[in-house]
Design a protein around this ligand. Structure first.
Ligand code: ATP
Ligand code: MG
Length: 202
C-alpha cells in the first residue's frame, strides 16, 4: 500500500498507510491477504458470469470495485472527492472524474469493447493499452485502482477470447510502474502496450 497526497481528508489510519477498514485491522500484511482473497473471489465470480451479453461499461467498472471490497472498505465503489498524486504523477482532478470516466467508457463502447480487434493480438494489445492507460491516469478510487483496473481489463480480454493478462514479471521488476508513469506524465502507452502484448494469450 502506498502513500498518497490527499488534499483534505484521509482514508488512512493516522500516521500509517493502512486504509481505515470495517474491522479496524492495523496489520498491513493481514489486510493485504484479505484483499487478495477478496480479489481472487471476484476473479472467479466475474469470469464465470461473463457472457456475450455482458456490458463492460462504467457501471460495471465501478461495481467491480464496490462488490469486491465493500465488505472491507467504506470507500469501495466510490470515486474519490480529493485530488491525488503519486511521485511526480498527478492523476485526474477529482472534479473531472465522472466526466472523464464517462468519456472513456463511451469511447470503449464505440469501439465495441474491442470486439473488432479480437482476431489481431497486436491490435488488441494496442487498443487495450490505450484504455488501460486512460484508467491509470484516471485513478478514480482512493485505493486499489491498479488491481481493479487490471481485473477490468482481464474481463475485457476474456470477453474477447483471450486469457487474463500475465503482468507478473512487469509488476515484480517495476516495469509496470514505469509504464504507468509514462502513461500519466507523457501520455505514452508504448511501454504498457509491450507489457500487455507479452502477457496476452489465448
Ligand atoms: N508514480 C506513479 N505514476 C503513475 N502511476 C502510478 C505511479 N505509481 C503507481 N501508479 C499506478 O497506480 C496503481 C496503484 O494504485 P493503487 O495503489 O490505488 O492500486 P493498488 O491496486 O493498491 O496497487 P497495485 O497496482 O500496486 O497493486 C499502479 O498499478 C499504477 O498503475
Ligand atoms: Mg494501493
Amino acid at each position: 500500500m502506498s502513500k498518497y497526497l490527499l488534499s483534505n481528508s484521509s482514508i488512512y489510519i493516522d500516521g500509517t498507510n493502512i486504509p481505515k477498514n470495517k474491522f479496524n485491522i492495523t496489520d498491513a500484511k493481514f489486510l493485504t491477504t484479505l484483499e487478495k482473497n477478496l480479489l481472487d473471489e471476484s476473479y472467479m465470480k466475474y469470469s464465470s458470469e461473463l457472457n456475450s451479453k455482458t456490458i463492460l461499461n462504467k457501471t460495471y467498472f465501478m461495481n467491480l470495485h464496490k462488490k469486491t471490497f465493500k465488505s472491507l472498505y467504506d470507500f469501495a465503489g466510490v470515486y474519490r472527492d480529493v485530488n491525488m498524486s503519486k511521485g511526480e504523477s498527478q492523476f485526474c482532478l477529482a472534479q473531472c472524474l465522472h466526466g472523464e470516466s464517462s468519456r472513456i467508457f463511451k469511447e470503449l463502447a464505440g469501439d465495441n469493447y474491442l470486439a473488432d480487434a479480437k482476431d489481431d493480438k497486436a491490435l488488441f494489445a494496442k487498443k487495450l493499452a490505450y484504455y488501460q492507460g486512460e484508467l491509470i491516469a484516471l485513478h478514480p478510487f482512493c485505493e486499489l485502482n491498479g488491481r481493479i483496473t487490471r481485473l477490468y481489463c482481464d474481463m475485457l480480454a476474456l470477453f474477447n477470447g483471450f486469457k487474463p493478462i500475465d503482468y507478473s514479471h512487469a509488476i515484480d521488476n517495476g516495469a509496470y510502474i514505469d509504464a504507468s508513469i509514462a502513461c500519466v506524465q507523457y501520455g505514452d502507452v508504448s511501454l504498457l502496450e509491450k507489457i500487455i502484448y507479452e502477457g496476452l494469450g489465448r
